[in-house]
Ligand binder design. Structure first.
Ligand SMILES: Cc1ncc(COP(=O)(O)O)c(C=O)c1O
Length: 458
């Protein structure tokens, strides 16, 4: 099977779950944007001294610019994503318990850990018992290495360049193989370097995306196994509808997967790390677990479908919060935001909140969402703009300038979930979580108030 032939079951070079893990410690990048007392900017980080001036002078200014604003101070104060590492650890432990000690757990941390910060997520998942990581791109994989993650990393996306093959060797990354041409190229690069590159072959059993077509799977994988510069460490497939109520498609994919594996192993014990399950399959059907599961969404605290909610007591890891910057009272009949799609029905108190669609709040939610403050829900009104949204605070006189409102996540007993947003927008929770832009700093969740004591996370 390449690399001088591998005897028995191929093993991921993975250390025992949860062992030898150093708890994450992050230096705080910027002062916490909120404190337990969220009485406005003046009372929190910006209140520790005179109001900082912007580094850029006015257009017509002839004065010297002030000292630059300390890193991220103003930006971090307007809106942020809060990440609860404890929730990720908890969710990973639940999944680990569900799959048992003999199945490996690969944490899918692509797309910046589904928006939570990939390093943070990976380290928390490792603490919870993850054995390996999966990402979409080489850059994401190298990024994890730079953040000190030493565990196996599978690159799920397609790599096909000589430089990419070299990078896999250099950074000890596991590329996904989907075609024979790609396998030959990686074999050539590895052989010329005097190396043997472990790879995982993706088998397309019904996703029609990446992967060797299952009909030709056995023959193609046999050919790949003959390439001496490669060692086929894993064979995997991806389920197209593991969260569907009807298991028909999943059963069909599994049959195809088994058929190819049977042709390859010919009755002998499997020599590969076989993996098929995503979160939904990992949570529901142990028959889909094989040697490893690749879990994404569940790590972050969300079930893949409504009918799977409650199967495991997952804890959402993300909250999105922003500050009220301005409050204004307007007469009845006032048009609000672009195109005046909303008019006040009564004299109203409007709050401007410093987060918008450029931060990842879908514009499709305009007039169909709300925010939480003091455990109460306040409606958003008018079109969501690039950087700001307007809230009707008429019935909530407690809301003050500088107050922190919650767009997603918990506030007291109330909460708003990515699923609620995704339902309104006609999309899926994955899309919502990944949609928060880099303009929002990712901060470690604070104390039990959920509003204070955050520090920056990677
Ligand atoms: C190949 C592959 N495996 C596993 C996953 C994880 O899926 P989930 O987030 O549903 O657990 C993904 C996510 O997109 C994926 O593309």
């Amino acid at each position: 099977m390449g690399c001088g032939g591998e005897g028995r079951a191929a093993r991921l070079p993975i250390k025992a779950a949860g062992k030898g893990v150093v708890p994450t410690t992050h230096a705080s990048r910027a002062p916490a944007p909120g404190t337990a007392d969220d009485h406005g900017l003046a009372a929190s980080n910006l209140g520790r001294g005179p109001a900082p001036a912007l580094a850029t002078p006015g257009l017509c200014s002839h004065t010297q610019p002030e000292e630059p604003t300390p890193g991220g101070l103003l930006q971090d104060s307007r809106a942020w994503v809060e990440v609860d590492e404890g929730a990720i650890i908890h969710n990973t432990r639940l999944l680990r318990r569900r799959i048992g000690p003999h199945v490996k757990l690969m944490a899918v941390v692509k797309a910046n850990g589904y928006g939570h910060g990939d390093g943070t997520t990976a380290k928390a998942a490792r603490t919870g018992g993850a054995d390996a990581f999966a990402v979409a791109s080489l850059a994401e994989a190298v990024g994890l290495r730079h953040q000190g993650l030493q565990e196996p990393i599978l690159v799920l996306g397609h790599l096909s360049l000589v430089d990419e093959a070299h990078a896999c060797l250099r950074w000890r990354l596991l590329p996904t193989i989907s075609t024979l041409d790609q396998a030959r190229l990686f074999h050539t690069v590895a052989s010329r370097s005097g190396a043997c590159l472990p790879v995982h072959v993706n088998l397309d059993t019904g996703m029609a995306r990446l992967g060797v077509p299952w009909q030709e799977g056995a023959a193609l994988i046999q050919a790949i196994l003959r390439l001496e510069g490669l060692r086929v460490e894993g064979i995997y497939s991806h389920l197209a509808a593991a969260d569907a109520v009807d298991p028909g498609l999943t059963q069909q994919q599994q049959q195809r997967f088994d058929q190819v594996l049977a042709a390859l192993t010919n009755g002998h014990p499997p020599r590969f790390c076989r993996h098929l399950a995503n979160s939904a399959a990992a949570m529901t059907d142990s028959g889909l677990h094989y040697d490893m599961v690749r879990v994404g969404l569940a790590l972050y605290g969300h079930a893949s479908a409504e009918h799977l909610e409650g199967r495991l007591p997952l804890r959402p890891a993300m909250a999105v919060r922003a500050r009220v910057t301005i409050l204004k009272t307007v007469p009845a009949g006032t048009g609000v935001s672009y195109d005046h799609r909303y008019h006040t029905q009564r004299p109203s108190r409007l709050a401007v909140v410093a987060i918008g669609y450029a931060d990842g709040v879908p514009r499709l939610l305009s007039g169909r969402m709300g925010v939480l403050h003091g455990g109460r829900w306040l409606p958003q009104v008018g079109s969501i703009t690039m950087d700001q949204v307007m809230i009707d605070a008429t019935d909530h006189p407690q809301l003050h300038t500088g107050a922190v409102v919650t767009l997603l996540g918990k506030d007291g007993a109330a909460s708003i979930s990515p699923r609620q947003w995704s339902r309104t927008c006609g999309t899926i929770p994955w899309d919502i979580l990944c949609g928060f832009s880099s303009r929002l700093p990712r901060l470690r969740a604070g104390h039990s108030t959920g509003h204070g004591g955050q520090s920056a996370v990677s």
